[in-house]
Write a protein that binds this ligand. Structure first.
Ligand code: NIG
Ligand code: FE
Length: 400
């Protein structure tokens, strides 16, 4: 993918513009029609009617297409080697998913060179960008020993500022049956070494991974070294993950597939975002999260693709939006918001996930007259143009 771009860029003749700024248009998406946007020095400088658009160094005629903020991918695991296609095929023949499959990827990742791992992250970051994700969080978690978590964090940091240390994903083979000892090592040595290279601390709080006390210890150790907590929880069954995340003031709890009324109430009274990952439920034949119950209770909901080789080998937020609308009963507006502004909320970012004045000039053009087509035309590559920091990214598939 190559990039080129002048100082001011106007996107004109936009059929539907999603701003996510209710001050700029209708409803939660701040929708406008027959609109234009001007980017200047990497930020949104002007939004209005197409007929009033000021002159710019470069103008792109969108021909009635839809423009929306770039998707904000707040949950991905891109630092890994190998794949688990055979595990996926077995699952489709009836095998059940368990956290143990992660160890296969730990082995492959430890054996890979730095260049191989960086190439994998680059490939998947480019794939994400082509499907419209302009901000992508990236987790470690397939090293699970200090030197491999450290290089995973360093490699992720070459591609994004949103690096998450998933220090406790699953106890690695050399700690089999000794999860407490592994957690002690993580809190004592691993987080110290890796914290300078990460922004977030994450833990998989689930049966077969880490229990409440272990997860609490890992998050606390991360907080003590300046990291902000987020939690993988309630993916495979009910458990303490959601309430632990709320108690710790975590930015998000991710998966949230099996929840009780008490979990929903706790989330509703908190600032923790529920990040739903329907790609993982799709690829593991799990049930989907009850997005309606969460939204109706007032919980802030984000959508993530959760790209990883085990449960969700997709980078496509458009795919997740389609599932969220079809199977999780989110409205198209809610799903589009969750994949843009919701992802930004999960990363505590106010500069992305919106095309309000002053926001990052990160935008996606869809080959469609409205954003509804993201759910209405599942599986169709509708992304025809992507701008990041006001600069045109030009995948081979561009149409604008
Ligand atoms: O988000 N839930 C834990 N971690 C990943 C799966 C990792 C794997 O199976 O490799 C997830 O689904
Ligand atoms: Fe995950």
């Amino acid at each position: 993918m190559t990039t080129t771009g002048p100082r001011t860029t106007a996107l004109t003749n936009i059929g539907t513009l999603v701003t996510n700024d209710p001050g700029l248009g209708e409803g939660m998406l701040g929708l406008r029609h027959d609109a234009a946007v001007v980017f200047e020095d990497g930020v949104v400088a002007w939004v209005g009617d197409a007929r009033d658009a000021p002159a710019a160094d470069t103008a792109h005629d969108l021909g009635g297409r839809t423009v929306l903020p770039g998707f904000v991918e707040s949950h991905s695991h891109l630092v890994f080697a190998g794949d688990r296609a055979a595990e996926f095929a077995a699952r489709m023949s009836g095998e059940k998913y368990g956290a143990g499959g992660i160890r296969t990827t730990i082995e492959a990742t430890r054996a890979a060179t730095d260049d191989q791992l960086a190439d994998n992250v680059r490939r998947l970051m480019n794939e994400s960008l082509r499907s419209g994700s302009t901000t992508v969080e990236c987790k470690t978690g397939y090293g699970q020993r200090t030197r491999d978590e450290l290089r995973s964090a360093e490699i992720a940091g070459q591609f994004t500022d949103e690096v998450t240390l998933l220090a406790a994903h699953v106890p690695p083979p050399e700690y089999a049956g000794r999860a407490d000892d592994y957690v002690a090592m993580v809190c004592d040595e691993m987080i110290d070494a890796c914290a300078p290279h990460a922004k977030w601390i994450d833990v998989f709080c689930e049966r077969g991974a880490f229990n409440r006390e272990q997860a609490h210890a890992v998050l606390n150790a991360g907080v003590a070294r300046g990291l902000i907590p987020r939690v993988h929880g309630n993916q495979l069954g009910e458990g303490p993950g959601v309430r632990l995340a709320v108690e710790m003031g975590a930015a998000s709890v991710d998966h949230v597939t099996y929840v009780t009324r008490a979990d929903i109430d706790a989330l509703a009274g908190s600032s923790t975002v529920a990040t739903l990952l329907p790609g993982a439920d799709f690829c593991t034949r799990n049930k989907y999260p009850d997005a309606r119950a969460l939204l109706d209770a007032g919980v802030t909901v984000a959508l993530g693709a959760d790209c990883n080789p085990g449960t969700s080998y997709t980078t496509s937020l458009p795919f997740c939006i389609a599932i969220a609308v079809r199977d999780m009963h989110m409205t198209p507006d809610e799903a589009v918001w969750a994949a843009t502004a919701g992802g930004a909320a999960a990363l505590r970012r106010t500069d992305v996930g919106t095309l309000g004045i002053g926001a990052r000039a990160d935008a996606v053009a869809l080959d469609a007259p409205t954003h509804l087509h993201l759910a209405y035309r599942p599986g169709v590559p509708l992304v025809g143009g992507v701008w990041k920091d006001g600069v045109r990214c030009t995948p081979e598939t561009e149409t604008v």
